[in-house]
Ligand binder design. Structure first.
Ligand code: ZN
Length: 331
């Protein structure tokens, strides 16, 4: 049976695991162990902070590890539940999906206690930890195949009061960009599980390419501190940083490759492009005399994400363009 080895309701700073039975060839009565830290002090809201929902995204795990290294119970009013590597098997394999069952954690919610290992992790989060939380921050970056402008994201929600809470929390993160997004289909996502439970939910895209850098890691760490400070959970003065508002709600901003070959981008993250502007060439891998195929901008806007690997294939997301709508205010 899945269990949490760390107390949720005891004052102090506690380290432990979500422990999930996993009988494998190399461990007959073995378990998958997801590391957890809970810091609990006094009465106040609870924040659930998760990284490596996808195993090849690193800003979240770094921010959470930095925070748990410095935060003591006296710094906290309420409770933080810190899970730096939610899909720990994927994190250890440096893969997006779990190497055990090939399941994408962010398509596994609400999970199943009797399902595969990733579904079991999702079920524990959904059934036991999300209900404890007022605020859920789930860190993402682009992974090995995408790279993003650094942004905190809230979803456009039908409930106006919850929508306002989530948008305010995303702005409080103060990433260089604060984005608004309506998921076309949130089936299986942690995002939807937390939102349907009425929680204040924020996610991020903070870089990618299967690595991190000093800037993106610092944005993640400062954003985590700011969100917790804004909600009164982390006892430090809250100070927002400037942020640009980014509208990603237009589905025509998503540009998918239709050809296979060598990817030759003509634009960079943060560039402003016109409609019909050429964004990339794709060269046929073997036919040296063929004319390269082009990807053209379907709408004007800002390059918010791009494909990373040097090779591309039909169906890959090549670019995402959004609209910079000016300085992001507090909603
Ligand atoms: Zn992700």
């Amino acid at each position: 049976m899945t269990s949490l080895t760390v107390p949720l309701n005891q004052p102090g700073k506690h380290f432990g695991h979500i422990r999930i039975p996993h009988s494998a060839d190399d461990s007959a009565w073995g378990h998958v162990m997801i590391p957890v830290c809970v810091i609990n002090n006094g009465t106040g809201p609870t924040a659930l902070i998760t990284g490596a929902n996808h195993g090849d995204e690193y800003e979240g795990p770094i921010a959470i590890r930095r925070f748990m290294g410095v935060a003591e119970p006296s710094d906290i009013q309420g409770r933080v539940i810190l899970i730096p590597t939610l899909n720990h098997p994927a994190f250890m394999a440096a893969t997006r999906n779990s190497p055990i069952d090939s399941v994408n954690m962010n398509r596994a919610f609400p999970g199943s206690p009797s399902g595969t290992i990733t579904q079991k992790i999702a079920a524990h989060i959904n059934d036991h930890l999300i209900p404890e939380a007022d605020l859920v921050l789930d860190f993402h970056s682009g992974g090995k195949t995408l790279d993003f402008l650094p942004m905190a994201i809230s979803h456009i929600l039908d409930d106006a009061e919850q929508d306002h809470r989530c948008a305010t929390a995303a702005r409080a993160f103060s990433a260089p960009y604060t984005a608004r997004l309506r998921e076309i289909d949130d089936t299986g996502m942690l995002d939807g599980a937390a939102e349907r439970a009425g929680k204040t939910f924020v996610t991020t895209e903070l870089g990618g390419a299967g690595t991190t850098n000093a800037q993106s890691a610092e944005i993640a760490y400062q954003g985590l501190r700011r969100v917790l400070a804004f909600h009164g959970i982390f006892c430090t003065n809250y100070a927002p940083a400037p942020s640009r508002a980014l509208d990603l709600s237009d589905p025509t901003g998503f540009h998918f490759a239709e050809h296979r070959g060598l990817f030759d981008p003509q634009v960079s993250l943060g560039d402003t492009v016109e409609r019909h502007q050429r964004l990339a060439h794709i060269y046929h891998p073997e036919d040296l005399q063929s004319v390269p195929k082009a990807i053209y901008a379907q709408r004007p806007g800002l390059i918010a994400a791009r494909h990373v690997p040097g090779l591309i294939k039909p169906g890959d997301c090549a670019f995402v363009t959004g609209t910079d709508t000016g300085p992001a205010g507090f909603p």
